[in-house]
Design a protein. Structure first.
Length: 334
């Protein structure tokens, strides 16, 4: 009996340190994965915040160009304005880095769901590029002026400000609430809701190990002050409708030949507006063309000449380097 008791004591002495070692190892693995995953999430936040900056500082067409070209591949420092020397990693790189992380079993569902979100966001980007190619082919149609292509990427909507966007669907403002409802019901927003749920579950797991909740570097929230400058009336009503209202022709069923001529100017005017935003996005170009109404009014009031502006815009394209034209999506055959 005495020998049996001694045997059990020896076994306990051996097992207790082993059990404690296992717990510490699991905790350390959780800490390591969380730190590395949050670094990746922080870089994603930086990329999304840059896309928001591109819209507020460069314009909607500049943002669309940059998102389509850089969402998956990233932004090099010597390309577009407002890019730091470090540039921004793209979603392909971030997804790949996340997939290579060693993950403890307790956090495997967190990693798997994050990878699903990254993959889904990349697929949304591919869909946006495809719909934009279709949209370009309708450039000479009324559809081109009276609407915008479907948007799949909403970088201003994040897991941290979804409640704000939900609130906007119930407001009556310059832009109808249905515009915000369309945005809020998008696949992008559903993915951000899922990301928020992931962080809640992640926090619960970390709490079990006495660890702080996961917070990525930087911020993923976009303040209401910035949001108020993001959405423009033309994005809901269309560029043609805004232009006709500026002319005083909105809602008219019959247009005189002169009024039809004025209406026809909207197509080349919008093309120039887009071109100048795209050129203004490229590093070294600061053309300051952001607001459609401010841009169109001088032409409507006769203070600016569309033919002169067309010639100047063409000159800007011709004087730009081949690299600049490629970055601005303005390449052409010699």
């Amino acid at each position: 009996m005495k020998r049996l008791v001694i045997s059990w004591l020896v076994l306990l002495i051996v097992l207790v340190p082993m059990t404690g070692c296992g717990t510490n190892t699991e905790r350390e693995a959780i800490i390591t994965f969380t730190r590395q995953a949050l670094e990746i999430e922080g870089k994603r936040n930086e990329l999304m915040n840059y896309f928001v900056t591109a819209k507020t500082e460069l314009g909607a067409f500049a943002q669309r160009l940059i998102v389509n070209r850089c969402f998956s591949l990233g932004v090099k420092p010597d390309t577009y304005n407002y890019v730091p020397l470090s540039g921004f990693a793209g979603m392909y790189e971030l997804q790949g880095n996340l997939s290579l992380l060693t993950c403890p079993q307790s956090l495997q569902p967190i990693k798997d769901t994050l990878l699903y979100i990254y993959n889904s966001e990349i697929q949304l980007h591919q869909s946006q590029c495809e719909i934009d190619n279709i949209y370009k082919r309708s450039k000479d149609s009324q559809l081109y002026l009276s609407s915008i292509p479907e948007t799949f990427i909403w970088p201003e909507v994040t897991k941290d400000n979804i409640d704000y966007w939900k609130q906007m669907t119930n407001t009556v403002a310059i832009i109808p609430h249905s515009y915000y409802l369309r945005k809020f019901e998008s696949k992008w927003v559903n993915l951000q809701l899922l990301r928020r749920d992931v962080y809640i579950k992640w926090s619960e797991i970390l709490e079990q190990y006495g660890l702080d909740k996961p917070v990525p570097s930087g911020t993923s929230a976009v303040s209401p002050a910035i949001i108020s400058t993001i959405d423009k009336p033309e994005e809901y009503y269309g560029y043609l409708a805004i232009y006709l209202n500026a002319l005083g022709l909105g809602g008219k069923n019959y247009l005189t030949p002169e009024e039809n001529y004025q209406k026809a100017q909207s197509s080349p005017l919008l093309s120039m507006f887009q071109i100048q935003q795209r050129l203004g996005a490229v590093k070294g170009y600061k053309l300051g063309v952001i607001d459609w109404v401010d841009y169109a009014l001088p032409f409507v009031n006769g203070k600016a000449n569309i033919k002169t502006q067309s010639a100047n815009t063409l000159k800007e394209i011709l004087n730009a380097t081949q690299k600049t034209r490629e970055l601005a999506d303005l390449t052409f055959e010699p």
